[in-house]
Design a protein around this ligand. Structure first.
Ligand SMILES: CC(C)(COP(=O)(O)OP(=O)(O)OC[C@H]1O[C@@H](n2cnc3c(N)ncnc32)[C@H](O)[C@@H]1OP(=O)(O)O)[C@@H](O)C(=O)NCCC(=O)NCCS
Length: 159
């Protein structure tokens, strides 16, 4: 129905802010429902401890997504970006990644780099639509249900 489609593409009213330790239960819940091989809470804690760019997306009072980038030697490495399943396809991932890249630029990032699974069609489309291009492949980079899966390595300059 036309009305339902319009509702589905309406921009979500969200806030993007720094991740705090108190967010970790919600972050880990989303992580576990989004990935077959999720990060542990300890990995998120380490990212906070070493001051990576860690952001959460809030909708109302609820955390509905998060993203983490490390910046060093002019390179911004997208380590994780995730939106809770029920909030996807509403532009949140694009806004979060754009926000993170701008924050990375302020910390001296000139190029952004990321890895993704070739099977992750939605992530690939998001990255390509934001100007990321494939620059290589890392063989057997990811754990898979059977054996390992390669990673596509993508890169783009940050203005
Ligand atoms: C990848 C992910 C972060 C995208 O978040 P999102 O909020 O749904 O993305 P957006 O709504 O901002 O969509 C941005 C673009 O991504 C692409 N996209 C997003 N979801 C898609 C889907 N289900 N199918 C195809 N393309 C999709 C589209 O190109 C879209 O742009 P468009 O709407 O103008 O066509 C989200 O799907 C997710 O959290 N996935 C699980 C975790 C994950 O795989 N993270 C990436 C690890 S590399």
């Amino acid at each position: 129905m036309a009305v339902a489609k319009q509702d589905a593409v309406e921009p979500a009213p969200i806030t993007i802010r720094a991740m705090q330790e108190a967010d970790l239960p919600a972050v880990v819940r989303i992580e576990h429902t989004s990935y077959a091989f999720p990060w542990t809470e300890g990995i998120f804690r380490d990212c906070l401890r070493v001051n990576y760019l860690c952001r959460v997306v809030e909708s109302g009072a609820a955390v509905v997504g998060y993203g983490i980038i490390s910046v060093g030697a002019g390179e911004a490495h997208v380590l994780n970006i995730c939106v809770a399943a029920e909030h996807r396809c509403r532009g949140i991932g694009r806004r979060l990644l754009t926000h993170l890249l701008q924050a990375a630029a302020r910390q001296g990032g000139r190029d952004a780099l990321l890895e993704t699974r070739p099977s992750n069609a939605s992530a690939l489309r998001l990255y390509r639509s934001l100007g990321f291009e494939q620059v290589g492949t890392r063989r057997g980079y990811y754990q898979a249900v059977v054996g390992r899966e390669d990673a596509i390595v993508m890169k783009r300059p940050i203005e």
